[in-house]
Design a protein around this ligand. Structure first.
Ligand SMILES: CSC[C@@H](O)[C@@H](O)C(=O)COP(=O)(O)O
Ligand SMILES: [Zn+2]
Length: 224
């Protein structure tokens, strides 16, 4: 289906929301330098995404690019280039009902991704027991497997891995890690994607504090 471009007022409204979320995440230190990207699915088969290489703490609605939601191709020629990681957002839009995607380099999730992931194979991070799992919108909040993808230099290859995994894993959580790189979450809107991101970042912080193995040990210890 040929995508239809949304009107300027809607683009301005959504672009301002993306800019505000990006600024807030930048101020938390989760988008250092020009790291991170944010997108929202628009009606008519398109999505609005942050332009590549921009300071994410200093964006306006004009710093966004309209792309095809299913492929990431830029919908119309213009002076700005879409995020270098647009194909990962498209992989999520193709395989889930998400309407917003956030990618950041937040410190705790990125540290866990560095430890948990292998460079050349899909891996996964098993998370159980944390109350904050309920904030991820899981069908079964007692536990989940967050996929950890290799950080291929060719971003479309990461995107292909993501699309393949999500298509094959309907119960996958609305989150993924890329080893040595960062974290991506999604949801029905930016607020939900950001809440999920905050929960996962906090879980990763707890994981690093308690260390590997401790949750299982505690289960069999003094408080069975
Ligand atoms: C500042 S280096 C980070 C980039 O390589 C990339 O991972 C990133 O998150 C931002 O890419 P961008 O093309 O600006 O959306
Ligand atoms: Zn990145």
């Amino acid at each position: 289906m040929t995508p239809t471009v949304v009107d300027d007022a809607e683009r301005e409204r959504v672009g301002s929301e993306i800019a505000a979320v990006s600024r807030a995440l930048y101020e938390r230190g989760w988008m250092p330098g020009t790291a991170g990207n944010v997108s929202v699915r628009l009606p008519g088969g398109t999505a609005l995404i942050t332009a590549s290489g921009r300071d994410k703490g200093d964006m306006t609605a004009q710093d966004m690019v309209v792309v095809r939601a299913d492929t990431g191709e830029e919908a119309a020629p213009g002076p700005l280039r879409a995020s270098a990681e647009t194909t990962i957002h498209s992989a999520i839009y193709r395989t889930t009902d998400a309407d917003a995607v956030i990618h950041v380099h937040s410190p705790y999730a990125t540290a866990v991704a560095c430890r948990a992931g292998r460079r050349t194979h899909l891996d996964s991070l098993r998370i159980e027991r944390f109350e904050l799992l309920k904030g991820l919108g899981l069908a079964d909040p007692t536990g989940t497997e967050v996929p950890v993808f290799p950080n291929w230099p060719d971003v479309p290859r990461i995107a292909a891995d993501v699309a393949g995994h999500l298509a094959a894993t309907p119960q996958a959580p609305p989150a993924l890690l890329i080893t040595d790189h960062g974290v991506t979450t999604w949801g029905r809107d930016l607020a939900q994607a950001r809440n999920r991101l905050e929960c996962l970042e906090s879980i990763c912080r707890l994981l690093l504090m308690v260390g590997p193995g401790l949750p299982a040990e505690a289960k069999e210890g003094v408080n069975p």
